[in-house]
Design a protein around this ligand. Structure first.
Ligand code: OAD
Length: 266
């Protein structure tokens, strides 16, 4: 039976995490934090599938916005949408969950931070060497020659963005594309390899705010479990792929991660 614990949001409630969780977190030697959109939800950045926090993929059509074919078919539509998302990310601030990850790295040296998110809130909170499995909104590059293209801050975009022709590459004149991984594209091998290596060698794997539906990222928790790591899921709802031996801490990451730090080491 999966071990499930619920966060009680009632003001003044005493939320004591299970001893078994604290006992597995404290001595971890090689921990991994693996995050998804829920990590940034409390910063106001929309998730993809969770109706309570944005559900981008129910409001927007991924086929028209998040594939290389979509970009070539209508570059202005796609570029405008990603510029809107980039502006949302720039306006957002790191939340207590991002800050807790920084503190966790101080408690657990060697902590490997892997994210599926394309914002830079972990870095702005103070995390270093974050593995961005799905790329970054802040690192555009040429569609043709892959040269990096510096981006400027834009004024506010309307909700959902507007048609905006992408800039041209300074080297080859090709279209500049967002630096994210689209559906149908391979993940960057150098990032994926390190993520797989860290997950396969860890003793504690914290899966935070992800629905666990998108592969190959979703294979990382299972890999860690197979190698004997303790799995801890932090999410308001039980995500996909939870196994009997895992621990589920149900509630918002911005509340639970600070509690974990406080109770494990406070
Ligand atoms: P999803 O939108 O699929 O899932 C977000 C998860 O966050 C859900 O399980 C929510 O229950 C949870 N959640 C919501 N608020 C939370 C909070 N305050 N604290 C903790 N958890 C919370 O997002 P991802 O799993 O990240 O890929 O989606 C994976 C990939 O699908 C994304 O990286 C993106 C998307 O298509 C690409 O764009 C390539």
């Amino acid at each position: 039976m999966t071990r499930i614990w619920h966060f009680d949001p009632t003001p003044g409630a005493v939320n004591l995490l299970p001893d078994a969780v604290l006992e597995r977190v404290r001595p971890a030697q090689r921990a991994v934090v693996f995050g998804g959109a829920g990590m940034s939800a409390e910063s106001g950045i929309a998730t993809f599938r969770d109706a309570l926090s944005g559900a981008l993929w129910s409001r927007f059509d991924a086929e028209r916005l998040a594939t290389p074919e979509a970009f070539l078919r209508d570059p202005a539509l796609v570029w405008g949408w990603y510029e809107w998302r980039r502006m949302q990310a720039l306006k957002a601030q790191p939340n207590p969950a991002h800050r807790a990850v920084v503190e966790l790295a101080q408690r657990l040296p060697g902590l490997c931070v892997i994210t599926q998110n394309v914002d830079d809130l972990h870095e702005r909170a103070g995390s270093r060497e974050v593995l961005h499995l799905h790329g970054s909104l802040h690192q555009a590059r040429c569609f043709d020659c892959a040269a990096a293209h510096p981006l400027e801050t834009m004024p506010d975009e309307p909700d959902g963005g507007r048609r905006l022709p992408p800039p041209r590459c300074a080297h080859c004149g090709g279209l500049v594309r967002p630096g994210v991984v689209w559906f149908g594209e391979m993940l960057l091998a150098e990032v994926l390899d390190v993520a797989f290596e860290a997950s396969g060698a860890c003793d504690l794997f914290l899966s935070i705010g992800t629905s666990g539906l998108v592969h190959p990222a979703a294979q990382l928790p299972a890999l860690a479990r197979r190698q004997g790591a303790t799995l801890l899921h932090v999410n308001p709802q039980k995500p996909q792929g939870v196994a009997d031996e895992d621990y589920c801490l149900l509630g918002p990451a911005g509340a639970i991660l600070p509690l974990l730090l406080q109770q494990a080491w406070g």
